[in-house]
Design a protein around this ligand. Structure first.
Ligand SMILES: Nc1ncnc2c1ncn2[C@@H]1O[C@H](COP(=O)(O)OP(=O)(O)O)[C@@H](O)[C@H]1O
Ligand code: SF4
Ligand SMILES: [Mg+2]
Length: 355
């Protein structure tokens, strides 16, 4: 793994920092090497007590990024470059021996995933799952642990009876609440949530989001919250990162990203959101996201971008701070490149629709 030098993590304000992180799926098919560049150079940080959202279309690399920061790397996925630093380990995650890495899971770093059945064992009662995941991290006797679990459920307004239930005896919404209880029992510094409400109906989703928000603020945890659903981001996240084809293309305070999207892709996502009473047809983007096994050169959005210029085909725009707490990777949005007469946007009228 390439080590990248830089200043150490500012542990007073950052809980997680990734630097130039690259995670690729590397496979061999009939003797031919194939590489899917699912996370391709992501540098970002998550601050104390904040919920940082990650949005982007399906297959843009959101879950792979989550796997990379959670040290949940299994072949064919490899970390090929970059750093993942947490303030509670005071070291690069991948510099730790694997035993130490697994010791931080659940105690310092926990997950809420989309399918609760990925976590809850269908043939074990819920209290057994609590024991399996958390008992060894809590450093207390068994009866004290059971009391602590009950106190925690009470705090989260969950009935203690669920501990005797099997997962299939609970509704989908209740199972997801149990997963939130499980993820927060050890009061971890960092919680990773990957599409945690995607499988739930809208009313249950609202309650579960409220529970996540309350729990996060009560325990002061920081969180990365991944969902393709921008309406959920508007509801729960403090800052928002937009991914496209393995890269972060825009990042800012959620309210700023919604009110002033600077990247054409973000602008398109936000313009596509349904609005009550608005019957105007939405402009669709042409084309589809690129294959990450053979992504286009330069800006990966250029084959679909209404503002694409010549430079966009050859150079990758850096994620650049263009306003306070607002970073964007786009030549058209950035003042660093002024289009020459040969580099005028191909479809200038599109400026009106995406800005
Ligand atoms: N186990 C795997 N082997 C090979 N490619 C994979 C694997 N898992 C995911 N990918 C590929 O990595 C890319 C990113 O996927 P993923 O991180 O799951 O995206 P998202 O969570 O945004 O939908 C996709 O092109 C996907 O096909
Ligand atoms: S203008 Fe160029 S750099 Fe900006 S999103 Fe479009 S193709 Fe990418
Ligand atoms: Mg995913």
């Amino acid at each position: 793994m390439t080590q990248i030098s830089g200043s150490p993590l500012d542990e007073n304000s950052y809980v997680l920092e990734t630097r130039a992180l690259r995670a690729y799926y590397r496979m061999k098919y009939f003797g031919i090497d194939r590489e899917v560049r699912a996370v391709d150079g992501i540098s970002m940080h998550v601050r104390k007590n904040e919920i940082y959202g990650i949005a982007g279309e399906s297959s843009c690399g959101k879950t792979t990024f989550i796997k990379a920061i959670a040290a949940a790397i299994r072949p064919p996925l490899e970390i090929v470059a970059g750093h993942v630093n947490y303030n509670f380990i005071n070291n690069d995650l991948y510099a730790l021996p694997s035993k130490e890495r697994s010791a931080i899971r659940w105690r310092h770093l926990s997950y809420i995933l989309q399918g609760s059945m990925n976590v809850l064992n269908p043939v074990r009662r819920i209290h057994k799952t609590f024991e399996d995941f958390a008992f060894r991290h809590m450093h207390m006797g068994r009866s004290e642990f059971e009391q602590e679990v009950k106190r925690h459920l009470e705090r989260l307004r969950l009935p203690a009876e669920i501990l005797r239930a099997y997962p299939h005896e609970l509704s989908g919404g209740m199972r997801q609440r149990v997963c939130i209880a499980l993820a927060t029992l050890c009061k971890p510094e960092f919680i990773i949530a990957d599409e945690p409400t995607t499988a739930l109906d809208v009313v249950v989703q609202k309650d579960v989001l409220a529970m996540i928000r309350e729990t996060q603020s009560e325990f002061g945890s920081s969180m990365i919250f991944v969902t393709h659903d921008l309406a959920v981001h508007a509801n729960i996240t403090d800052r928002l990162g937009i991914m496209y084809a393995g890269r972060l293309v825009e990042e800012g305070r959620t309210a700023d990203v919604f009110s002033n999207p600077m990247h054409p892709y973000t602008a398109h996502l936000i313009a596509s959101l349904p609005r009550i009473g608005d019957i105007h047809p939405r402009n669709a983007l042409t084309g589809s996201p690129p294959s990450l096994a053979d992504p286009p050169k330069g800006c990966r959005f250029h084959p679909r971008c209404p503002l694409a210029m010549e430079i966009c085909r050859h150079e990758n725009p850096a994620l650049t701070t263009l306003a306070e707490d607002h970073r964007v990777a786009c030549f058209a949005a950035s003042a660093t490149v002024q289009p020459t007469s040969d580099e005028k946007p191909q479809h200038p009228e599109a400026l009106e629709t995406v800005r």
